[in-house]
Each structure stands twice: as C-alpha cells, then as structure tokens.
Design a protein around this ligand. Structure first.
Ligand SMILES: [Fe+2]
Ligand SMILES: [Fe+2]
Length: 370
C-alpha cells in the first residue's frame, strides 16, 4: 500500500529537497588506509544481514498494543483525558504513539543513509569512503525494516517531526565535511540509539525486540566510526573552530530534548498544542526518558574532544553531565552481545522444534510399521 495512504497527518510534498554544498572528493591513493578504519570496513562487510531472513516477520503484532507499553508510561496517564478514555481510545493512542516513534526512526534511518552517502562523497580518504559505503547499505536495510514494520504491523505512518527535520537540514546544508558526522552520527544517531535501547530493553513483544536488537548491533559500528574520524580531526582544529562545533551540539541537544516528544500525537487526540506540551513536560516517564536519551551522546562528545566549559554547563543544566563518565565501549559491546544472544536463543528454540518434529516422524513411522 502506498505510504501516502497511511500518513496520520499530511506530510506535504512527496519529496524534500535539500540543496547540496561542498565538494565531491576523489582520492588516487588506494593503498594507504588506517588499520582501524579498514578493520571496521571489514567488519561492516562481514556483518551484513538480511532483514527479510533474520527477522521473523510471521510474528503477530497487535497494532493497538505493539510494544506492551504499561499504562503509567503513557503521557496522558493520570490526567482527566486518560480517565475519560475508553479502552478502545487507549488502544488507538498506543497505536499513534508507536507509529509516531517508529516513523521518526524510519525517517531518521533515511537521513542516516543520505548522510552516509554524503560522507562517501566528501570524505578525503579512501578508507573512510569504503567504510561509509558499508554504512550506507546498513542504513538502507534499517529503513527497509522500519518501513515494513510500519506498513505491515502498525498500518499508520507519521510525517517527520519538524525539529528533527530542521536538525537534519542543518546537518546536510553545512559544507564542512565533518558536520554530517557530528549532526548525524553523534547527535541524531546517538539519540536514536538511546531510544532504540530503551524500547529494546523494556518491550515484551518479540518482533520489535528483534528489530531493535539487530539494528543496534550495526549501530555500534557506526558510533565507532564517528568517534574515530572526529577524534582525529578535532585534534587539529583551533579553539574557535571547536567552539563552533560545540555550539552546534548545544543547540541540537536542546532542540531534541524539548521538541521531540510526540506532541503531534496528542494534538490528533484533540488536545491543544500548548496543553500537550505542558502535559509532556510534566510526565514523569518522559522526564526519565529525556535524561536517558543523552546516555549515548554525552560520553561521545566528550570522547571526540568537544568538552569545553559552555558545553559542560549546558549538560549541567540538562542534568546529564555525569553521563559523560559512562563507557561507550561497554555500551556498544553490550549491544552486540544482546543481538548475538537473541540469535542463540532463537536458534536453540528452532533446533528443539526440529528435533521434536523428527522424533514425531520416527514414532509415526514406527506406528505405521507395527
Ligand atoms: Fe541505522
Ligand atoms: Fe547508523
């Protein structure tokens, strides 16, 4: 079914055109790659997987409770709106929220694919181009999977959130070659990764859990790449240049924290925007969620060397400064482990089923022989 038939709100024109700036760069040195980057490229090739085969699409999803979200975690919980809602309304609200959230993931993955392709074009060295080409493919697979989940299992899609779109636009319009890394790999992917992780670790529904665990396994490589490339580059920048990058990060973080909350959904349920914003502000669950959203970004910006006074102050304001101490390496190792463990569990269950089937066939054969 065409996606345009599934949009909850009018997405406007069918395409969004962002003028490209900056140079496409060729490199004639084919044999001088950095070992760490080439190793990551190799890993990118080795670890490609096909969502068509690896994900069990036969698993059913209840579109009115796709994630098993507990009531208390819903923004409207504890308000008069919630009390007035029938069970049917509550199911509809859950469907809209899941659709909104996964739609932002979907549009974000398309953005990630386009940024990765941009990096193929603009990065000066061939090792970075090679690696980024594998990431472009990773992001295409992710967009394919989220798109399928929304079309087949939720049956509803939301347009891209205005603020996500503006951050994506700023990232793509900038002609400095490090900006797609910083805006996309560090900020947008950092946020997405934290959101994926929270859902992966709390949902009791097997299909979304598979999707998120496997997508996160790839994202660990993407974060590693952004860190390597930026850490090397930012060592060479002047203080003034570093401050510019920090300003961009500060602004992006505030924007994502304050404006990415699914107010569009509440508006669709007849709640005026100002009130919807207030309700989201007050929701205890969302406050926790917002803090956790920074769990991947803060240690990353610190790691790449953007850790000036103003940035630290901004993180103090947001109450997330201490997240800078957490270990990204550990988080990423866990992401890979969780995906591998899930595979092992599923494989063991399938194996058990297969053995039981064989056993049954043998017994049936014996019965027939008797
Ligand atoms: Fe992705
Ligand atoms: Fe990614």
């Amino acid at each position: 079914m065409p996606t345009f038939d599934l949009y909850a709100n009018d997405p406007g024109a069918s395409h969004w055109q962002v003028p490209a700036s900056g140079d496409a760069r060729f490199s004639w040195e084919y044999d001088d790659g950095r070992d760490r980057l080439l190793a990551l490229y190799q890993k990118g090739k080795d670890k490609q997987w096909d969502g068509l085969k690896r994900i069990d699409w036969d698993l059913e999803v209840d579109p009115h409770d796709p994630l098993g979200t507990p009531e208390e975690a819903m923004t409207l919980y504890g308000t008069p709106y919630w009390d007035r809602m029938t069970d049917r309304d509550k199911g509809e609200l859950r469907r809209h929220f899941a659709s909104w959230q996964f739609s932002q993931f979907l549009h974000g993955e398309q953005g990630a694919m386009i940024c990765a392709a941009r990096i193929v074009e603009s990065a000066p060295d061939l090792d970075a181009k090679f690696y980024s080409a594998t990431q472009t493919m990773d992001e295409a697979r992710h967009a394919e999977i989220y798109g399928r989940f929304l079309h087949e299992k939720i049956g509803m899609v939301y347009p891209i959130n205005d603020n996500l779109r503006s951050l994506l636009g700023d990232t793509l319009r900038d002609s400095r070659w490090d900006m797609p890394y910083l805006g996309m790999q560090v900020l947008i992917e950092g946020l997405a990764l934290a959101a994926f992780g929270m859902i992966r670790d709390t949902t009791n529904k097997p299909l979304p859990r598979q999707i998120l665990a496997y997508v996160m396994q790839d994202e660990a490589r993407h974060v590693a790449f952004g860190r390597m490339a930026l850490r090397d580059y930012y060592r060479q920048l002047t203080d003034a240049e570093l401050r510019e990058r920090e300003e961009f990060v500060i602004e992006g973080c505030y924007l994502m924290r304050d404006r990415l909350r699914g107010v569009e959904v509440l508006e669709n349920f007849g709640i005026p925007r100002a009130e919807a914003e207030q309700l989201s502000e007050r929701s205890e669950f969302l406050q926790l969620f917002r803090r956790l959203l920074f769990s991947r970004i803060v240690p990353c910006v610190r790691d790449i060397g953007l850790w000036g006074k103003r940035l630290q102050q901004a993180y103090v304001d947001m109450g997330v400064l201490e997240l800078g101490d957490s270990s990204l390496d550990l988080l990423m190792a866990q992401d890979e482990e969780i995906a591998e463990k899930l595979d092992a569990e599923r494989f063991a269950a399938e194996e058990k089923e297969r053995v039981a089937e064989v056993q049954e066939a043998i017994e049936a054969g014996q019965d027939a022989g008797d």
